[in-house]
Design a protein around this ligand. Sequence first.
Ligand code: KG4
Ligand code: ZN
Length: 337
Amino acid sequence: MAVTILAIESSCDDTSVAVVRDGHVLSNLIATQEIHMAYGGVVPELASRAHQANIVPVTHQAMHKAGIKAEDVDAVAFTRGPGLLGSLLVGSSFAKGFALAQDIPLIEVNHLQAHVMAHFILDENGKNRIPSFPFLCLLVSGGHTRIIVMKSYLEMEVIGNTIDDAAGEAFDKCGKVMGFPYPAGPLIDKMASLGDKNAFSFARPSVKGLDFSFSGLKTSFLYFLRDRIKENPDFIENNKADLCASLQNVIVSILIGKLAKASVQTGIREIGIAGGVSANSGLRIGMTEEAENRRWNLFIPEFRYTTDNAAMIGITGYYKFLRGEFSDHTVVPLARF
Ligand code: KG4
Ligand code: ZN
């Protein structure tokens, strides 16, 4: 019998609802909140209110697109955390209400685990490659930078972590200094394609083991600009593409360097990237080159499954459903998970 999961993602500023049946995505809709652009970052209270306005219509559309009715849903999966509490509350309350009304199981999902699980989404024909275990995955999102070993479905071990800022934060904060609106990552990526990646060099942190640090890079970038602007007030405007390309180059090379180290240490060559920053073209190209040199079996997610989306919550919910891992209705969202 087919298993149909309704999945809700509301951890940050995107309201997303998906319908996943037996590992295939029937629909995956995302309402992006543009209101935050003007503030240079996500404003939690505004995000929560926008989720409240979006959640019902987006769910309706996702179910309509999937061609299903409420009675066809076998379980509701939702993001329990980590994320903004006010945002998580909207998704989790809605998921509870839906599950209660339909008398079906409720499944909590860890957002970070879901980013990695996006690699196991099946395409329409079910013929796409999916990783085998053990699988080594670099998770790079707005708030997290981690190296994860996946031993089986849902069984993950973190072997590397950031000691301060995440890679996505480095993109966003450095972008803000250059005057980009939030989130700056995608804009830097676009600009970088027009610039010279070797034009400028910035301090590379030396962090032991498999951990990362990006806060020194941000400071080095800031001081570099401050000094250059003293000589030429138009320095940023005159060098934007080269600045973006050079910044992206250093971030990407730090990420790939650590992942390569992790592969050597663990002996795993089944390798992937996940999370919002895995949409970055420099990282995707760099990973492809590295994989050829090192004979990795590489997995790069489709663009639509890199940044926040409910399909990844649905695929994780599906595997939890198969294991009978359900939550009761006293479950509360967690800002840190
Ligand atoms: O995974 P995600 O959508 O949300 C979190 O769970 O945090 O990641 C968002 C992050 C932001 O920092 C954004 O700037 C970054 O992903 N990002 C990118 C690109 N697209 C999104 N960074 C660099 N290049 C991109 N193309
Ligand atoms: Zn995310």
